[in-house]
Each structure stands twice: as structure tokens, then as C-alpha cells.
Design a binder for this molecule. Structure first.
Ligand code: TRP
Length: 464
């Protein structure tokens, strides 16, 4: 077998941050923050990242690096000698299945961002007229109903993702994220600066940081969002961790990724809310809905209204597409590496087969926004989700990721020896006096918090 590829020091941080930063930060975080009334939700989100997300991320990276294997084999190796040890491989299999599912619908929304990038580029050149502005909602509806168009863009996005994975870990994943992530940062920071001049900026700051009303469901949603946003619960960080060296500090890297991911989510929200709040309160009701489609129905009009809008608007969609691409890369790598490590397939073979199956699966989601009635109307989960896209998202965010995260926390907290975990967390980093705090977070805090989410889901809640 050839030597396992590896990331460079900085390369790992950038790739892991690239995985974490995605549609979850730019599309989902702002709209659920809006739905949860801002400030207090943001605070709880920050606490969830620090107290639950960070410990689980350390656990995932540790499992990957210790074994240099992707999730299924990693669990098999570490659980050797534990009663019922082989069952733990189930967590790895769950991760592979989750990867397929998330990738299939995530690439559909990612395709939308590419389509809107192209569209805005066109409008920037030909002129963004008031007629176009008032017709944005209809346009988006038309796009959603046009199965072929949507399918084309989600396939395009998958092909781009596959191209990166085909190039391998260091040339592909590291090479591409190293270029895209800095561009994304610069674009988002410039947008933040521009939005500081918009009339809604102060209100946006107040909305994000002033205490507000919070519900119990809001707390659970914050925990679930922290998980999704940090790419936890399906072994993505186990896979990336398996490509790192022992000279790398897991604690420092986790801190960096969590900080970057959170910073991007807050910056994206600041930009979105600044432009949204620039509309006078009295007119707001009719002008926008705080829904998942706001990114495509309201945002273009508001971005075009900014000074230099012809530049900022296409740039914004390019930024979102970049963020999505560095995330789909990580999702695909989890699945592809399973077939490489476990079945001995070559990378090209694994990438093509997994990619094509995902494209086929994604087709169901792409056609479930009205393009094909049977896909659009099915309700496999009762009233929780309508259509294939919604159902996949419901299944992944409410069940698969929390269940995976729960077992990763329990396994690392209760079944890995202190000697092993301490050794991994001190490698490349020096003494770790707070090891016991981390361990108890995994033993009690994380399982309880995640168990609470699952309890609520069993009792009929949905957080997608
Ligand atoms: N974290 C990404 C986002 O915020 C999505 C993502 C990529 C993901 N890889 C993952 C989510 C693995 C869960 C598990 O958009």
C-alpha cells in the first residue's frame, strides 16, 4: 500500500476550516438567527460551539490521527478488545451513509449559488432594472420548477467537487482550499466594510448582540446548528484528521477552526442583516420573508442597491459558491476514502462511482421543488418534511448527525483510555492540564446535550 497522503500544518487548518465554513454559515445561520430573534440565540450558539462542538471536534481529529484511517477502519482498530467492539464500526458506516445523503441535497443548493452567480454577472453587465428587481421571487420560483436547469447546475457542482477529489489530498483538497479560502475571506471582509455604510448596520449589530427572547427549542437548534456548521457527527474530521501528522497540535487546530467558522457565520449575518435592516421597518413585512429562500429572492435586490452593487452582487454569490465547494469536498472525501481504504479501490474509481451515485441521488432532490410532483409531495416523515430535499435534510440534521456525534462522544469519553487520549492531545502541543475537563465534557455534557436533541426529535420536534 502506498504511504498515506498528508496535509501540511497550515493546509490541515485551512482544509478543515473550509469543510466547516459553508452554506451552514452563510445561508442557514443568518436565517435561523433571524427566526430566533437574534442576540441571545447567538450567545447560546457561541456557548454550544465552545462547550460541545470543540470537544467533539477534538475527539474526531484525534480518532483519525491516531489510526491514520477513515472512520470505519478507525473505529474497528480502536475498538479492538472492547466487548462488542466491531459494532462501533457502525458509527463509521453511519457516517458514510450520512455523507451520501448530505452531499446529494447540499450540492443542489450549491448549484443554485453557481446559477445565481452567472445570473448576477449577466445583470451586472446588461443592467439590473426595477422590473427584474420586483420579479426576483417569480424568477426563483421558475428556476426551482425547472428541473433540467436545476439538475444541470447541481451536476456541474458535483463534477467540480469530483475534480478536486480526483487530484488527491494534498494537490486537490489542500491545493484548492488554500486558494479559495483566502479569497472568500477577503470578499467577505470587503462586504462587511461596505455594509458598515448601509443605514441598517447599527440595527444589525444590535440585533446580533443585544439580549433577546430565547425559547427551549432555540437552545436545541443552536446546538444542532453548531454541529452541522462545524462538520461534526459523520466523521469528516476523522477523515481529515487521518491525513495529519503527530507534530500538529489538535487543540490549537480545533480552536482555529472553531473561531474561523464562527467569525464567518457572524460576518455573513452582519452583511445580510445590514442590508435587510436598511429597508425601513414599515416596509419590511412585504419586502422580505425570513425564510430559507431569502438568499435568492431578496438579497440580490438589496445588494444591487448598495454603492458598487454591480460588483458586490456577483461577488457575493461567488463567495457562497466557494464556501459550498470546500464543504462538498469534505463530504465527498469521507465517502470516497471509505471505498479506497476499506475496499481497496483506486481514488479515480472510487471518486467516479461515488460521484455518479451521488449525482443520481441528488437528482431526486433537485426535482423535488415542484419540477416533478411525486418527488415534491412525498412525506416519508409525516408533517416534518415535504418532498425529497426537505426529507433528506430532516433525516441528516435531526437524526444522523446527532446520533453519530453522540456515539463519537461516548466512544472517546468512555472507551478510549486516558493514556491514549492524553498522549494524542499532547503530541505536538505540550502538557494538557485540562484533559480531564475535556474528557468529562465528552462523557457527560455532550451526550446529555445531544441526547436531549434526540429526545426532542423523537417527541416530534424538527430542527431543519
Ligand atoms: N459544515 C458545512 C456547512 O456549514 C457542511 C458540512 C460539510 C458538513 N461537511 C460536513 C456537515 C460534515 C456535517 C458533516 O455548510
Amino acid at each position: 500500500m502506498e504511504k498515506r497522503a498528508s496535509f501540511s500544518h497550515l493546509g490541515f487548518i485551512i482544509a478543515a476550516a473550509g469543510s466547516a465554513i459553508g452554506l451552514g454559515n452563510i445561508w442557514k445561520f443568518p436565517y435561523i438567527t433571524y427566526a430566533n430573534e437574534g442576540g441571545s440565540f447567538v450567545l447560546i450558539y457561541l456557548a454550544a460551539v465552545a462547550a460541545i462542538g470543540a470537544p467533539v471536534m477534538m475527539a474526531e481529529i484525534l480518532i483519525g490521527r491516531r489510526t491514520s484511517k477513515s472512520p470505519v477502519s478507525a473505529f474497528l482498530e480502536l475498538a479492538r478488545g472492547i466487548a462488542g467492539g466491531r459494532l462501533w464500526a457502525g458509527v463509521g458506516y453511519l457516517g458514510v451513509a450520512t455523507g451520501f445523503i448530505i452531499l446529494s441535497y447540499y450540492s443542489v443548493v450549491a448549484g443554485w449559488t453557481v446559477y445565481y452567480f452567472g445570473k448576477c454577472l449577466y445583470w451586472s453587465v446588461t443592467g439590473f432594472t426595477p422590473e427584474i428587481a420586483s420579479g426576483l421571487g417569480d424568477q426563483f420560483g421558475f428556476f426551482l420548477g425547472n428541473g433540467w436547469l436545476q439538475l444541470t447546475f447541481s451536476i456541474l457542482f458535483m463534477l467540480m467537487t469530483m475534480a478536486v477529489i480526483l487530484m488527491g489530498v494534498s494537490k486537490g483538497i489542500e491545493g484548492v482550499t488554500r486558494v479559495l479560502m483566502p479569497i472568500l475571506f477577503v470578499m467577505l471582509i470587503s462586504l462587511c466594510v461596505v455594509s458598515a455604510w448601509s443605514p441598517g448596520f447599527h440595527e444589525a449589530i444590535a440585533f446580533l448582540f443585544k439580549s433577546s427572547h430565547i425559547t427551549r427549542d432555540g437552545i436545541l437548534e443552536a446546538v444542532g446548528q453548531a454541529f452541522f456548521s462545524l462538520s461534526l457527527g459523520m466523521g469528516a474530521m476523522i477523515t481529515y484528521g487521518s491525513y495529519t501528522e503527530r507534530t500538529q497540535s489538535i487543540r490549537r487546530d480545533t480552536a482555529m477552526v472553531c473561531i474561523l467558522d464562527t467569525a464567518i457565520a457572524l460576518m455573513a449575518s452582519l452583511v445580510m442583516f445590514s442590508i435587510i435592516f436598511s429597508v425601513p421597518a414599515a416596509e419590511r413585512e412585504g419586502t422580505f420573508t425570513a425564510s430559507s429562500t431569502i438568499l435568492f429572492t431578496t438579497i440580490p435586490r438589496m445588494l444591487y442597491a448598495l454603492p458598487g452593487g454591480v460588483l458586490w452582487t456577483p461577488m457575493f454569490y461567488l463567495l457562497v459558491a466557494f464556501a459550498a465547494l470546500t464543504s462538498t469536498i469534505s463530504l465527498l472525501e469521507v465517502v470516497v476514502s471509505y471505498f479506497i481504504d476499506h475496499l481497496g479501490w483506486s481514488r479515480p474509481r472510487s471518486t467516479w462511482i461515488v460521484g455518479l451515485v451521488t449525482i443520481a441521488l441528488g437528482g431526486f432532490s433537485a426535482l423535488s421543488f415542484g419540477a416533478y410532483a411525486p418527488f415534491s409531495g412525498v412525506r416519508p416523515f409525516g408533517h416534518h418534511a415535504v418532498g425529497i430535499f426537505d426529507s433528506m435534510d430532516y433525516l441528516a440534521t435531526n437524526w444522523l448527525l446527532p446520533v453519530g456525534g453522540f456515539f463519537i462522544a461516548v466512544f472517546t469519553g468512555w472507551f478510549l483510555s486516558n493514556r491514549l487520549t492524553r498522549d494524542e492531545l499532547e503530541a505536538g502541543a505540550g502538557p494538557f492540564p485540562l484533559h480531564w475537563v475535556w474528557k468529562w465534557a465528552l462523557r457527560v455534557l455532550c451526550p446529555v446535550a445531544i441526547g436531549w436533541i434526540l429526545f426532542a426529535v423523537v417527541h416530534g420536534k424538527a430542527f431543519n
